[in-house]
Design a binder for this molecule. Sequence first.
Ligand code: FES
Length: 482
Amino acid sequence: MRIIEHPIIEFKRGRKIHFYYNGKKLEAYEGETIAAALYANGIKILSKSLRKGRPRGFFCGIGKCSSCLMKVNGIPNVRTCITLIKEGDVVEDNDMVLPEKEYPECKFTKLNTDIAIVGGGPAGLSAAIEAADYANVLLIDENHRLGGQLIKQTHKFFGSKKEKAGTRGIEIAKELEDEVRKKNIKILLNTSVIGYYDRGYHFLVAVDKMNRTVYEIKAGKIIFATGAQENMLLFDGNDLPGVYGAGGVQTLMNVYGVKPGNVGLIVGAGNVGLILAYQLLQADVEVACIVEAMPKIGGYFVHAAKIRRCGVPIYTGHSIKKAYGNEHVEGAIIAKLDEKWNFIEGSEKDIKCDFICLAVGLSPTIRLIAQTGADILFINEAGGWVALHNEYMETTKPGIYVAGDLANIEEASTAMLEGKIAGLHAVIEFAKNDKTKIMEKIKEYMEDLEIFRQGYFGIRPKIAKEKIWRKYHEKMGNRRNS
Ligand code: FES
């Protein structure tokens, strides 16, 4: 299951180590996650549903669902898709009962910071880089490395040179991380923020589960850049191991060099689905077909043409009706849709595949921002529920900012710009003589954003943003935060 040769990525695997899975000794490499190591060993059932005991494989691969929870070294409910494997780890199925005590003998650490940034993806990193020139910054991420979803993006970015067009996502992640590490920024990795509390000041609780450490964080301001999560689709058998989010497959394949299976079916012919199909082919994985419910392909024509040239059929006006298999995907039934989105009887096709990737959009991950009391509204064009915010990315809760996919599902390039704006605006009060300089920089980034949203793919995000701003100003009236 491991990818040995790849046209773009050179997998630098760490030292060979051993771990135990349900008592069996298995091999892994340092630097990979527990879930990746299990997949490389052919183990695809990571958990069971609580009530019916149905098998679950990994879905999101980035710590946002719960299908990979396992017991590791006696600690229950560990998200194995974001936890690194260590020599001698004991990995077991979770107990099917709630543990009596989650954190025996944990250590409490108090931290105080001007700016706390939650999320080390393109938005969070960009915010940290800008803010660190004027204030002390604490950057928290639940992954073991920085970069967010950029670390799996092997394609070159479109857009302007200024926003790193022509550079691959994995290289952008490295550049941003290098910049962050040059600055005086405190970084907490492997640490999940689990709660926000208003104590008259902003207060966060964060946990490094494997090190049994709880952080109590007092922050002057907080920038939430928690990104987005993959959407699920309703169909029979959608919980079978082997039904993955497209991003989960990219993580497994492009970051850890593990194949998700031998033959895949992709649902969704937007840019993500099309790019993923090409990446699977690069990794020597067969793509049976792509199905797209809309009558037309949603992504760039250039990507679609490339996929078709490689012999992959794209069925528009089709969707998936059912996934089947015994404890794992063995195939899927797809069918044509009528104009009312109902399946047309008799149009079914049986597609033999051992995994299915859902590339049907993302929703902002609002679990934390929703705890702050900032106003949240469902805005379809933004991808779902979003926190209202102004042009400076500040929400209706003073001192609480959002940036990136959490603020509207868009591109990594716009996430970086929004992060810069949020980072600068959050530190304006610390800037003393540089306030004018900061406002000029913010204005420049706003203009870049405006240009970015002028293209065809910018129409929807632009509508979303205008709604978000309008609703923010209706709510705040003259009581603007900025
Ligand atoms: S949380 Fe691990 S697969 Fe989703």
